[in-house]
Design a protein around this ligand. Structure first.
Ligand code: ZN
Length: 242
């Protein structure tokens, strides 16, 4: 089975639609989303509708849980809080119902999935070797998938040593005998000074992962952010990929 894994869409429907087009060409059997469908971006309802329709598994991220009221706004600062506040008043009934049905962790055969990490599926970031080691030790599945940091990662663990690091665009990696922890990066607010939307394709039968970047109309999302009065920094960062 070939699974396209997306994460951290953050209300950016132009990025999401470009990625859905691109992964359709790769003939993915299923699409899994690791959370944060909303927050920061201008099109939360369109993104919820598309994710609800197209994915077979979707996790809740910290922004999703804040918008649905499951966690407090006090956990957020600055632009993130302003965006959650805006999204709470913009979200429609169907999107809210969708978000309320999501969990920050999930499981499929041979795969454990978390928005943050196994230690804290909502808030923890896996961005260091130490964090990766703790995540491997807290799980037993051959494959661990995380989102939340917006940084594409491929890390392996042979029971003693962590190897790997940042995943480059268009990089393909065989998933060998070690266990692996993968992060697809972010669809709607990508990092690494690369503004293209990030996602990955996992072939569970062939045991390979490939990392992808897809161009989208950044200017269209920026115009929507400005039209809705969301913080200007949220528009500017999209063009820079930071
Ligand atoms: Zn996020």
């Amino acid at each position: 089975m070939r699974v396209a894994v997306i994460s951290d869409i953050h209300g950016n429907s132009h990025a999401l639609e470009a990625v859905l087009d691109a992964l359709g060409a790769e003939a993915a059997d299923e699409i899994w989303c690791l959370g944060d469908t909303v927050g920061y971006g201008p099109e939360p309802n369109r993104c919820c509708a598309l994710v609800a329709e197209r994915t077979t598994l979707c996790l809740a991220g910290n922004h999703d849980l804040a918008v649905s009221g499951a966690i407090s706004l006090e956990e957020f600062n600055g632009d993130a809080a302003a965006a959650v506040r805006w999204t709470r008043q913009a979200i429609d009934a169907a999107s809210l119902e969708f978000l309320r049905g999501l969990s920050p962790l999930g499981r499929r055969e041979g795969v454990e999935l978390f928005h943050g990490s196994p230690l804290d599926p909502i808030w923890d970031y896996v961005l260091s070797e130490e964090a990766a080691r703790r995540s491997f030790e807290a799980t037993s599945a051959p494959l661990v998938l995380v989102g939340h940091s917006h940084v594409a990662l491929v890390l392996s663990f042979d029971g003693a040593r962590i190897a790997g690091g940042l995943a480059a665009a268009d990089e393909a990696v065989p998933l060998g005998n070690e266990r692996f922890l993968l992060n697809p990066g972010s669809v709607g607010q990508p990092r690494g000074k690369d503004p293209r939307a990030a996602w990955m394709l996992v072939d569970l039968d062939a045991a390979t992962v490939s990392f992808h970047r897809t161009e989208y109309a950044v200017g269209a999302t920026q115009a929507e952010i400005r039209a809705r009065g969301l913080p200007e920094a949220l528009a500017l960062r999209l063009a820079l990929g930071v």
